[in-house]
Design a protein around this ligand. Structure first.
Ligand SMILES: Nc1ncnc2c1ncn2[C@@H]1O[C@H](COP(=O)(O)OP(=O)(O)OP(=O)(O)O)[C@@H](O)[C@H]1O
Length: 237
């Protein structure tokens, strides 16, 4: 069976600067896969390539065995891809429930969008905030609602870009449990995150990007002790 996500030999250049250089990575169903690396390593650029917002100069992206390298974001979404962004992208004047409804109406269960929205609100314990407008949420809760909205399209693969930024310790703990539950449901989760404790606690495997190249990959215990990884982080200004 193919992996939910297979990224092969991806390169991206901005002018003369190689933001990604021959990146190969996989994310499996049932796994939380971490993507870490110092600032400017190329993590967001790789997410843009995977979600179809940026065309690579070399390489391929396959979703569930389908080559989508030349496909736009909408076709990738139809292959089960959803993502969140580093900056919150909720509809600020809409309620939490309406933010989920808008997404659910684009997903495979659009005919039961209301039911999908309510089920996710319950699952993420957001019922008390269902009628609150997104603008009124704290950053930490706003990030949780972003994940909720991504779930409303029933993704097979979810890309999360720094979802725990702005969350307090208790929110992060709940969030870790949510990520594990998503994986156990059979979703492939690809997580970019600077909170190393969260990454090391929830991920099945971790890829480390530095200056556009994968310098290490493996289970958290191995990555934690990898000398090239420690050197890359120590070199960070
Ligand atoms: N639109 C762009 N034009 C030119 N250079 C860019 C552009 N986007 C990113 N870069 C450069 O590409 C490299 C990778 O950036 P990217 O944002 O992907 O890194 P990152 O690992 O996500 O960083 P951070 O952890 O700070 O979010 C950086 O050197 C960055 O300055």
């Amino acid at each position: 069976m193919p992996s939910q996500l297979e990224v092969e030999d991806i390169s991206v250049a901005f002018g003369g600067h190689r933001a990604l250089d021959g990146v190969t990575l996989r994310a499996e169903r049932g796994h939380v896969t971490g993507l870490i690396g110092p600032n400017g390593a190329g993590k967001s650029t790789l997410f843009d390539v995977i979600s179809g917002l940026r065309k690579p100069s070399t390489g391929t992206v396959c979703l569930d065995g389908h080559d989508v390298t030349r496909a736009g974001p909408a076709r990738r979404a139809r292959h089960g891809l959803a993502r969140t962004f580093q900056r919150l992208e909720l509809f600020g004047r809409l309620s939490v429930r309406d933010n989920l409804l808008v997404a659910a109406e684009l997903g495979p269960e659009r005919r039961h969008a209301g039911r999908v929205a309510d089920e996710i609100i319950d699952r993420l314990d957001l019922a008390h905030l269902a009628d609150t407008t997104a603008d009124a949420l704290s950053t930490g809760i706003g990030r949780l609602v972003e994940v909720a909205r991504a779930l409303a399209v029933r993704p097979n693969l979810i890309l999360l870009d720094e979802p725990a930024a702005g969350q307090d310790a208790q929110e992060t703990e709940l969030f870790a449990a949510l990520l594990r539950a998503l994986a156990e449901d059979g979703t492939a989760v690809l997580l970019v995150e600077h909170d190393m404790e969260l990454v090391m606690n929830v991920c099945d495997e971790v890829y480390v990007l530095d200056l556009g190249r994968i310098i290490a990959s493996g289970p958290p215990d191995v990555i934690r002790r990898d000398e090239s990884v420690l050197a890359a982080y120590l070199g960070q200004s």
